[in-house]
Design a protein around this ligand. Sequence first.
Ligand code: MG
Length: 323
Amino acid sequence: MSVPSPKIDRPTVLIVDDEPANVQVLGEALTGQCDVRFTTRADDAVMLAARFNVDLILLDLVMPDRSGFDVLAALKADPACRDTPVIIVTAMSDLLDEEAGLSAGAVDYITKPFNPSIVRARVRTHVELKRQRDQLAALADLDGLTGIANRRRFDQQLDLRWRQAARSQGRLALVIADVDHFKQYNDYFGHGPGDQCLRAVAEALRSAVRRADDLVARYGGEEFALILGTDELERQLSGLLRAVATLALPHPRSTSGDIVSLSLGAIEVAPTSGRGPDHGLSAADALLYAAKNEGRNRGVCRLLDGSEARIVNPGEPNDDHTY
Ligand SMILES: [Mg+2]
């Protein structure tokens, strides 16, 4: 199973401290271990943390334009850096400040004057913990059988992209696809080959999508769900059907062909804030049922203008290499 790998290069650490001398000493302590970014302006901390996708933040508490506690609250409120560990570095040795910092979400606390090797060790520990958390989070988003995104991931992404598209007046395409007569495939070959079939279909669908932010997910059982761009949607859908046909997996119990095939329903949508993603999903689902009723091994797609397109499986790749 492939797991999206977290950054394996050197971690990036952001130092936020109004005193250039402190920035310099901290930066020198981390030289060779981390890529160091810094700012002496507290107001820039959130923007820089998000822009450089930093792995850890060393945050001063006493700064003229904004307190470290304010910066910490702003970091925790921003989805882009909410999970980035923050170590407070400050001259304030008051235990109450330490408690306040930790309860506001800092992972650790270093008091000045600091020992460079302790700074290095603590940074290393928290970067490693962050990477382990990221790895677990990535695993929680994957379907255990096929290694593609799972339903949880799909639902999260759909919600996010639906709202983005509603804001930017963008469009997206939703696809629900079903392996034809999969129960009969399992009954005939057994569950082991049934699992192999689902893995092969998942890989075929994943290889058939073109854009980096296209999403292919296992929605449950033999059902897959996709979020695609809307350009040349019918050709994209043909490509999905063909990708599965190209596997040429024999299916002696299918009444819609002699190999494993797919039925799919697809809808082009221009999300609005008034209607949620469930609306798009149930429309795609209804179109999937139309495709099944019309004989399976095909797709039915509703475009934004309300017109419906029938997509017949183009079969094995031919000479034109369009797909
Ligand atoms: Mg300061």
